[in-house]
Structure formats: structure tokens, C-alpha cells
Design a protein around this ligand. Structure first.
Ligand code: NAD
Length: 379
């Protein structure tokens, strides 16, 4: 089946961006939300973004107009999906809401229509099984903002047909993105499995070593090749997003994350990061601000515990058949902006040292830290 018509359900932060990139690639897009005013706002944002591309001479005015005219905002669900071959669902990350949206959608969409969910953390198989078409249901995880971020994780559920996975990867390529396949529907998929536990781990590091936020962040940036520090990245992402992902991932698998209480406390105290003016750091306004990090500060903290954490999770993904090292490196480069491959950093430090560190942490702080068999075999 060829996809020409796409319906995007939800016109918020992610939905309007996915609609824009799809229309840019030539698809006819219907953007659906529950109120006309939400759609008006989303169409305004798309217009603004296209105008900016025109002013930067990335596209011509005619191209901008043509892209915009390929997006039709519609509130009525039956109308919105009547021509679609692919529906991308981008409604809020609440399981009950997603399930009710699919129950409604399942009734009005033809039996051939493919359902793709942009969920960051919810189980694909569980949502798929509430529909009449689990073999035509798949996870398609764009990153924020979809207009700029190259990576899209594609996650087949247990019953997803291979042809649907292939078609979804083709679609991702057609919108000028790079797909990374997460072969199993595991909590956090690839990127969140690497990133979210590391935020918690960094909080433990701070407690246990007495290193400052800036020292830890500098080491993460200058020694591990992150584009910014881990606390900085958490503030940029938002502690609401991190807390929610933590809860969902931990609910599904206690082994995936060792929750540090500070994350929940910051969420409760509304210290959400850049967007609220305070997270790990304080910000003078809601604009994107960088923290002063340096190589000098980086030399004050040895980030082995953080490397050990992210690497153990990467190894888990490989050992459990969800991914392989090459795909993980591609995802980490495009999704986390890593300038240096993870396993290269690990080899420079020495895998044996990392395994020893994990065993030491496990003895002191619990089995969560025990090294994955893959790391043990790589020593
Ligand atoms: N924001 C991010 O950084 C990010 C990144 C990757 C993935 N995601 C995932 O994308 C999804 C959406 O997140 P978001 O940040 O865009 O949320 P959002 O709150 O900005 O947008 C959600 C939109 O869905 C609309 N909506 C609610 N019920 C609906 C329905 N029945 N039909 C159609 N629209 C409906 C809401 O009115 C709202 O406009 C979530 O699953 C989230 O986990 C978010």
C-alpha cells in the first residue's frame, strides 16, 4: 500500500511539527484536534515556521504556500480520517486518553488504515491490543522539535506485521529523517532508556561525591561528548517530561531506573527547568540559556559512574534483542547529540574498569547496578 494521505491526531507541540514535516515531503495532511481554536493556533505556528524558512531562503514563498495548502485542519474525526492511509496519533501521554482515542478512531477508520503512535513511554503492544488491528499498529517516536530533529524511533509491537514496519521506516525516510528500529517494545525505547536513568544517576553522583552541578555537567560535556551537561539537558527537556517518563518506565520495569527522589520533588515544587525559570539551575527568563561549563571544571570530576550507567543500559538493549551497538550509536548521535560514540568512550576508559565500577556500586547500593552480561563478555 502506498501512503499519500496522513492524518495527524493532536496539534500540540509535536503534532503540528509532524504535520509540517509530512506536508513538506509532499503528503496531503489532515490535522485534527478537539477544538477549532487549538487547530487555529497550530496552523498559525506552522505558518510562522514556514515564513521563517522563506525568509532564510531555505524554501521559496511558492513552496511555503504549497506546503501550507497541503495541511487541512479538521475537528470532526470521521471527516478527518476518511482519506487517510496512515494515522499518526500525537495526543497527550495519558494511557486512558490514548485508549479512548483509539476506540473512537477504530470505529471510523477503514480496516486498512495504519495506526502509528508518537508515545514516548507507553507500551505499544498494550495500546495496539485495544484496537481491532494490532498487526497494523506501530510506535513512531519523533523528537522535539520534529522540524529539526533528525531521529525517529520506530517501535513494532508484538503483533505488528513486518510490512507495516517496513512501510513506516519508508515514511520516516521520505520525510527526510533517520529511523532507528527499536526491535522490542521495551520501556523508554532506546533514547529515553539511555537518557532518563542518567538524570537520576547524576543526582546520586552529586549526593555521593559532593561534586557540583557545574563540575558534573562539564565532565559530561567535555569528557563524554554530550552537547551540554546532563543537568542542563534535563532543565532543557523539562522536569515534567522527565518525571512522567520516569513514572511510566519504572512502572513497567523496576530494573530500568533507580529513581532519585529529587526528580519527583522538583516536579512537585514546579521547578521544571528552563520553562519555569528554575530547575537544577536558575534562569533569568524563559529563553534558552547556557550554563558556563569548562574543561577546567571537567577535570574536577571523573564521570565513570555516569558512563557505567548509560553503558549498562545500552548493553541491556543489545542483550535483550531490542537493538545493536551500531543502531544505538546512531540514535545517541542524532537523539542526544553525542559527538563521540558511547562504546568508544567506554573503550578509552576501559570496559574492565566500568565493569568493576558497576560491581562496586552493586555491592554498595544494590543489584540495580550489576553489570550486563554483554559488558562482562567485552572486558
Ligand atoms: N513534547 C515532547 O517533547 C515530546 C517528544 C516526543 C514525543 N512526545 C509525545 O507526543 C505526544 C503528544 O505530546 P505533545 O507534547 O505534543 O502534547 P501537547 O499537549 O502539546 O499536544 C497534545 C494535543 O492533543 C490534543 N488532543 C487531546 N485529545 C485529542 C483527541 N481526542 N483527538 C485529537 N487531539 C487531541 C490536545 O488538545 C493537544 O492539542 C505524547 O504521547 C508525548 O509523549 C512528546
Amino acid at each position: 500500500m502506498a501512503v499519500k494521505n496522513i492524518t495527524v491526531l493532536g496539534s500540540g507541540v509535536m503534532g503540528h511539527g509532524i504535520a509540517q514535516v509530512s506536508a513538506t515531503a509532499g503528503y496531503n495532511v489532515v490535522l485534527r484536534d478537539i477544538k477549532q481554536e487549538f487547530l487555529d493556533k497550530a496552523m498559525g505556528k506552522i505558518k510562522w515556521s514556514l515564513d521563517k524558512l522563506v525568509s532564510k531562503e531555505k524554501i521559496t514563498k511558492e513552496e511555503g504556500d504549497a506546503i501550507f495548502s497541503r495541511i487541512t485542519p479538521i475537528v470532526d474525526l470521521s471527516d478527518a480520517v476518511k482519506n487517510a492511509e496512515l494515522v499518526i496519533e500525537v495526543v497527550p501521554e495519558i494511557m486512558e486518553l490514548k485508549k479512548s482515542v483509539y476506540a473512537e478512531l477504530d470505529k471510523v477508520a477503514g480496516s486498512e488504515v495504519i495506526f502509528a503512535s508518537n508515545t514516548s513511554t507507553l507500551p505499544i503492544t498494550e495500546i495496539a491490543n485495544t484496537t481491532s488491528r494490532p498487526e497494523k499498529f506501530i510506535g513512531i517516536h519523533f523528537f522535539n522539535p520534529p522540524q529539526l530533529m533528525k531521529l525517529v524511533e520506530v517501535i513494532p509491537g508484538e503483533k505488528t506485521a513486518q510490512a507495516i514496519t517496513d512501510l513506516t521506516q519508508e515514511y520516516v525516510k521520505s520525510v527526510n529523517k533517520v529511523s532507528v528500529l527499536c526491535r522490542k517494545d521495551v520501556p523508554g525505547f532506546i533514547i529515553n532508556r539511555l537518557f532518563i536513568p542518567m538524570v537520576h544517576e547524576a543526582c546520586f553522583v552529586k549526593d555521593r561525591t559532593g561534586a557540583t552541578l557545574e563540575e558534573i555537567d562539564s565532565a559530561v560535556k567535555f569528557k563524554l561528548g554530550f552537547p551540554m551537561g546532563i543537568f542542563e539537558l534535563a532543565d532543557f527537556t523539562g522536569m515534567d517530561v522527565i518525571h512522567k517518563a520516569t513514572v511510566e518506565m519504572h512502572l513497567r520495569d523496576k530494573k530500568v531506573i533507580n529513581p532519585h527522589p529529587l526528580v519527583e520533588k522538583m516536579f512537585d515544587d514546579k521547578k521544571l527547568g528552563q520553562k519555569s525559570g528554575e530547575g537544577y539551575y536558575k534562569y533569568s527568563d524563559d529563553k534558552y540559556e547556557r550554563v558556563a561549563l569548562s574543561e577546567e571544571l571537567a577535570n574536577k570530576y571523573n564521570p565513570i559512574q555516569l558512563v557505567a550507567n548509560i553503558l549498562n543500559n545500552a548493553a541491556w538493549l543489545v542483550s535483550n534483542g531490542a537493538s545493536d551497538i551500531e543502531e544505538i550509536e546512531k540514535a545517541a548521535q542524532l537523539g542526544l547529540g553525542l559527538k563521540k560514540p558511547l562504546f568508544e568512550t567506554a573503550k578509552e576508559i576501559g570496559i574492565k574498569k566500568i565493569v568493576d565500577e558497576l560491581n562496586k556500586l552493586a555491592d554498595e547500593h544494590g543489584e540495580f547496578y550489576r553489570p550486563d552480561p554483554l559488558l562482562i563478555s567485552m572486558q
